[in-house]
Design a protein around this ligand. Structure first.
Ligand code: AMP
Length: 518
């Protein structure tokens, strides 16, 4: 396929917000592919190269492109690009940087300006198209004329969208035969969100209400003495987690696929903060901290696939095989019982509950109604300490907010001052962006061309999922997933009446945020 055809499709995807229109575009382009170029093409469309990460940093790619005048006519094919990427992936050792840059520059010289632009985005993972996996699956079903459910299932069970595209183009009839394979990762099931347990139960009906642990997702496969551990994105981390491998080997089954969460516990058995678990995943992390695996689902036991069985049966199998490693929960229809489980989860230091329809099968892909998560939302009134000039879509706007908490005692700076605890540009509507851009310069005390430092006079209500310990911020805490709820300022769009406006002196304190650290 000509690269220009792919780039045209990518542009068409950006130009529409309609899912149906996107599906049609993708069905068109996938239907025109030869099977043996399918994986490369899907990689270039999704911005996840078939070759994986091959040391192409943003700077490297940009500087190669800058040194390459664009071609006037399109001549490149998807296969040409793939071959160059293979060459780059095979380079290594001293002097490889030069060879890599030369190969990249030569590639860019063969590309037209729009093709260059697309290649830069695909190589750096910064696609304008956003997350496309779901629509791409829809488009594939349409392109090959197979039921969507069948295609989705093949993607989930093979754990590979590009591989499924290839198979569907080559042998569409073989798609139904794609099954679970122990040691091959499966796409994980995801959850939607509800504001409270009663709302969640209204969605699921009778449910297993389980503690929601704040660690990292793990999928553990065992076949005899062979064990593999995968992350949520299906990366193989077996070598980094020997303690999880050891646990898997003690279980009373020959072959097994378990879904769960891993986290670090302190001496009393309480979970340690999320970032401790994540740092333990690092390639060269200290090994003295032990990760505890906890499981909430089982997809296969001793030759028997359980994914189509109701959750009640899968939980019974889990209880049989790994009772000591099960995540706590209760099956109920009663919101009061669910509420109690949620309270217990929070008291034990977990982040909330998962509410899962007890009759439902294991289904990956889109966030469905079968698993619903409920996390208490914390909102805090914080002070805007500065704002960054936006880039990309937000160029020309004052966008990313620097947020501060009050420090009445002067524990972390001058008494009555403010301590930075995080940044956010989430939750800002166009109207709010416009308002910020117009009014914030009036509060500015400094401008380094990127950040406008402001007098601490604007209070904003921010929702967060929690906090984590931070060595970057002076107060020792950083917000997790902060998003703007509303400005506590009289004249802000959607802002408060004089009654609810808040003065900086009424903002929440750094101590109240630190209290969320467990
Ligand atoms: P979220 O990442 O906020 O969408 O929540 C879903 C994630 O919660 C899953 O991917 C798991 O990593 C994690 N999790 C923790 N406890 C459970 C549980 N009991 N059941 C399912 N997922 C859980």
């Amino acid at each position: 396929m000509p690269l220009a055809r792919l780039v045209e499709a990518a542009d068409a995807l950006v130009a529409t917000r309609s899912r149906t229109a996107k599906t049609d575009v993708l069905a068109g382009v996938l239907g025109d592919l030869f099977p043996d170029e399918a994986e490369a093409a899907v990689g270039l469309l999704l911005g996840r190269l078939r070759q994986g990460s091959i040391g192409l940093g943003y700077r490297t790619v940009l500087s190669a492109r800058e040194g390459a005048p664009a071609a006037s006519e399109p001549t490149l094919t998807v296969a040409d690009v793939d071959a160059v990427l293979d060459t780059i992936a095979a380079l290594g050792g001293s002097g490889s940087a030069g060879a890599r840059n030369a190969a990249l520059t030569a590639l860019f010289e063969r590309a037209t300006a729009p093709e260059q632009e697309h290649l830069v985005r695909a190589m750096t993972g910064e696609m304008r198209t956003g997350a496309l996996e779901g629509v791409l699956t829809d488009g594939l079903a349409k392109a090959v004329g197979l039921p969507l459910a069948e295609v989705r299932r093949a993607v989930m069970l093979s754990g590979s969208l590009p591989g499924t595209v290839r198979l569907a183009l080559e042998h569409p009839e073989a798609l139904t035969d794609v099954g679970l394979a122990v040691l091959t990762p499966v796409q994980p099931m995801l959850a939607s969100t509800a504001t409270d347990v009663a709302a969640a139960l209204a969605v699921t009906g009778e449910a297993s209400v389980e503690h929601k642990l704040d660690g990292a997702r793990i999928q553990v496969h065992r076949s005899g003495s062979d064990v593999r551990v995968f992350t949520r994105s299906l990366a193989d981390i077996t070598a980094r987690v020997p303690e999880i491998v050891e646990v898997a080997l003690t279980l009373p089954a020959e072959s097994i696929i378990l879904d769960g969460e891993t986290l670090m516990l302190d001496d009393s058995g309480s979970p340690r903060p999320f970032q401790d678990t994540m740092s333990r995943f690092g390639a060269d992390a200290a090994r003295e901290q032990v990760l505890a695996p906890r499981f909430f689902d089982v997809l296969h036991v001793d030759g028997e696939d359980l994914i189509d069985r109701p959750l009640s049966q899968r939980l019974a199998a889990l209880e049989r095989i790994a009772p000591a490693y099960r995540i706590a929960g209760e099956v109920t229809t009663d919101p009061a019982v669910a509420e109690r489980v949620a309270d217990e989860a929070l008291a034990a230091g977990h982040e909330g509950v998962m509410v899962k329809g007890i009759d439902t099968a294991y289904a990956a892909g889109r966030r469905g109604k079968h698993w619903v998560k409920v996390k208490p939302v914390h909102t805090y009134d914080l002070v805007v300490l500065g704002v960054e000039r936006g880039s990309g879509r937000r160029k020309g706007w004052l966008s990313n907010l620097h947020l501060g908490a009050r420090d009445p005692e002067g524990e972390f700076g001058p008494a009555g001052g403010f301590v930075m605890v995080g940044k956010t540009f989430k939750g800002l509507t166009d109207e709010l962006l416009r308002w910020q851009t117009e009014t914030f310069p009036q509060h500015a005390v400094d401008d380094n061309g990127w950040v406008l430092t402001m007098r601490p006079d604007v209070v904003v209500e921010v929702a967060i999922d929690g906090v984590q310990r931070s060595s970057r911020y002076p107060g020792g805490v950083a917000l997790r997933f902060a998003r703007v709820k509303r400005y506590r300022v009289e004249d802000a769009p959607g802002g408060e009446s004089a009654l609810q406006a808040k003065a900086p002196a009424e903002a929440d304190t750094i101590q109240s945020l630190r209290a969320l650290l467990r």
